[in-house]
Design a protein around this ligand. Sequence first.
Ligand code: ADP
Ligand code: ADP
Length: 236
Amino acid sequence: TALIEIENLDLYYGDFQALKSISMDVPEKAVTAFIGPSGCGKSTLLRSLNRMNDLIAGTRIEGSIKIAGEEINTSGMDVEHLRKRVGMVFQQPNPFPKSIYENVAYGPRLYGINQRKKLDELVEKSLRSAALWDEVKDHLKRSALGISGGQQQRLCIARALAVNPDVLLMDESTSALDPISTLKIEELVQELKNEYTIVMVTHNMHQAARVSNQTVFFLNGEVVEYADTETLFSTP
Ligand code: ADP
Ligand code: ADP
């Protein structure tokens, strides 16, 4: 079943139309990969799913995006609530210059959870889900800036998961990492899809083939192909 339904979405940055009549369904608890050349609108569509484009002045968006049946593309939408349900991980690992623990506790604290025991539980659970717990459990108080890039990116995933979102958006989240760290995150994504709906932007066709269930090809702001990954990459 589709968790996200996009219908006739047009997006303009000033006079420039970056998305042209996009329609698609994003299946629940699966990985959807957006691929296509640089500048074709992948990140723009990704950012539309948690209304990050609101932060870019001069953006105009028309059409419908429903998440679990709820229209998010309306002025009445509680954007803070939306961003709790739709987490995001970026290309560059961007942990806060705080301890490993405080990075993960950040979201829950923001939403009013302050009880130490509850925070401890959430931090451990999120770090385990991000396959980072064993590596950091003995130095949770150390700075997040002191761990490797791959670990930092898994920490950013843990930070996103700590508020229990339904959707995880990943914007080229392995492209700044070495091959081993990339592989770890690809393996992690395979596990996370059992619990979360994942949408990832990648410029890497092989990565889309390895990890996604559905692949969406973009070109010049349009969706040119949209198919089940296994079907798409199997030789006829
Ligand atoms: P992709 O993720 O596929 O590389 P983007 O979604 O980042 O593509 O960009 C799509 C198009 O929109 C590009 O032509 C890009 O130059 C343009 N664009 C992206 N962000 C902005 C912005 N903030 N203001 C104006 N144009 C933008
Ligand atoms: P590797 O096994 O190559 O060291 P991983 O990233 O798979 O790298 O695992 C790092 C550590 O995290 C391992 O000690 C592993 O037991 C643990 N781990 C991996 N996946 C999970 C998971 N889904 N939940 C909890 N811990 C995990």
